[in-house]
Design a protein. Structure first.
Length: 320
């Protein structure tokens, strides 16, 4: 009885969220854009809180579009600096989590089939567990050379040509080793099928928000946010794809009281689902969330300084 009641409450919440959202196509504000790329904006409240959300759809099969990524070595650049560095791409959006001290990407970045950044698989223990490490698998979204998108949990090391990927989340393991070895990874995933992840472009983040078209937040397995933090409202960046071949990029403004208060991870997942998302994942949010279309700003970043410098971005370029 309780399970049935919980399902009805969740279903009612999801339907209300869908009913509340009104989207306006705003391509003309960011012209010129190819017809295979759409820009949508919603200023509808989300669960009675003010909201500003952008949703970009891009047709993966369009040969005139190039889906790629970029990183900066031993430093960070603002999205606008990445825009200038990369000859004015159509879209620039922040991606992976990173270290403020070393400027290191903490998630995978692949460009033209080459791994430019690797997953960090180890989290040091605290207190009584200072001599132990936990090893979660992070998630990533990749686009193959055949322009097929995939979200997976991946293992990387600097000596392998390709990452290894599984299609289901697994619980982290705990041991006394600061590095997750390949053998330990293979023991960790048990009976899950593992394959080389041969992607032309990929960016990492987490947690996964959507699997098989339904909300499936893998925060516990990926160890991204502690406690009930997935219910906190923040600026958000997320990506996913649809069954009919659209890449989805969602960016929500946040931390602006009375104007745009951000989204929870559940709300972010539901908005992706409303757009037909089959698989989707969260990317670095908060002050890092930023989106440029043809070099024009969309959301107002939450940092008072403006765009935060980041070590990696995802981009869409025009081949024409």
């Amino acid at each position: 009885m309780r399970k049935a009641l919980n399902f009805l409450i969740f279903f009612f919440h999801a339907c209300c969220l869908l009913a509340q959202q009104s989207w306006t196509r705003v391509d003309s504000l960011y012209a010129p854009l190819p017809t295979s790329m759409e820009v949508w904006k919603s200023t509808s409240p989300v669960d009675a809180k003010p909201s500003i959300v952008y949703l970009i759809r891009a047709k993966l099969s369009d040969p005139a579009l190039l889906f790629t990524a970029d990183t900066s070595k031993n430093r960070r650049l603002t999205p606008r600096q990445f825009f200038e560095k990369n000859a004015s791409p159509l879209l620039v959006v922040n991606t992976s989590f990173f270290s403020f001290t070393t400027h290191q990407n903490l998630n995978i970045v692949i460009r033209d089939g080459e791994q430019l950044a690797f997953q960090v698989h180890s989290i040091p223990g605290k207190g009584r567990d200072t001599l132990t490490w936990k090893h979660p698998l992070g998630s990533a979204l990749g686009i193959s050379s055949r322009r097929k998108a995939d979200v997976a949990w991946i293992y990387t090391d600097s000596v392998s040509t390709y990452p290894l990927a599984i299609q289901k989340p697994v619980s982290p393991i705990k041991d006394s080793h600061s590095i997750l070895s390949k053998n330990a990874f293979l023991r960790m995933i048990a009976d899950n099928e593992v394959k080389p992840w041969k992607m032309n472009t990929a960016i990492g983040g987490g947690p996964v928000l959507v699997q098989n078209g339904v909300m499936a937040i893998a925060n516990e397995q990926e160890m991204k946010f502690a406690g009930r933090a997935i219910d906190d409202r923040h600026p958000r960046t997320a990506m996913g794809y649809t069954k009919d071949g659209w890449l989805l990029v969602l960016v929500a403004e946040g931390r602006h009281l009375g104007k745009a208060e951000g989204l929870t991870l559940k709300q972010t997942a539901q908005l992706l689902i409303d757009w037909g998302c089959v698989e989707g994942l969260n990317l670095d949010g908060g002050g890092s969330s930023s989106l440029l279309i043809n070099g024009k700003s969309t959301i107002t970043p939450s940092d008072k300084e403006g765009e935060r410098a980041v070590p990696g971005v995802f981009m869409i370029k025009s081949k024409s």
